[in-house]
Write a new protein. Sequence first.
Length: 123
Amino acid sequence: MDEALDCQRCGACCAVFRVSFYWAEADDAPGGGVPVTLTRPVGPLHRCMAGTEARPVRCVALQGEVGRAVACGIYEQRSSTCRSVVPGDAQCLKARAAHGLESGPGGITSAGLASSGHASAAS
Ligand code: SF4
Ligand code: SF4
C-alpha cells in the first residue's frame, strides 16, 4: 500500500469539513447507528458530528494526531458521509492539502489507494 494514503496515518478529512448527514442515521432513530450524543443539529433534517460544526474543525470521534496516527472511535457506526470518502478523491485531497499532507512522499497511485476511506466528507 502507498503509505501516503494510509487513512490511519491521516485523518485529515475528519478535521476539515462539516460532517453532516440525515438525522435518522443517528441511533435515536430505528436502524440508526451514529451515537446521537456525538452529534449536533443542522436544521430540521440533518445532524453533523460534534466538533465539525465550527472552526477549528475536528470530529469528536477522531482519536490520535492528524497526519501521524489516527483512528475513528465509532468506525463501525460512522455515517454514510464518512463512508463516502474515497482515499485519493477530490474531498480527500482537499482535506490532505489543508493539513499540509498533499499527496505525500510516495505520490498518488491508483494501486496505492486504500480500499475504504477512514472518514468524512462534508456538506
Ligand atoms: S480518505 Fe483521504 S483525507 Fe480521509 S483519512 Fe483517508 S487519506 Fe486522509
Ligand atoms: S470517520 Fe469517524 S472520526 Fe472521522 S468524521 Fe466520521 S465519525 Fe468522525
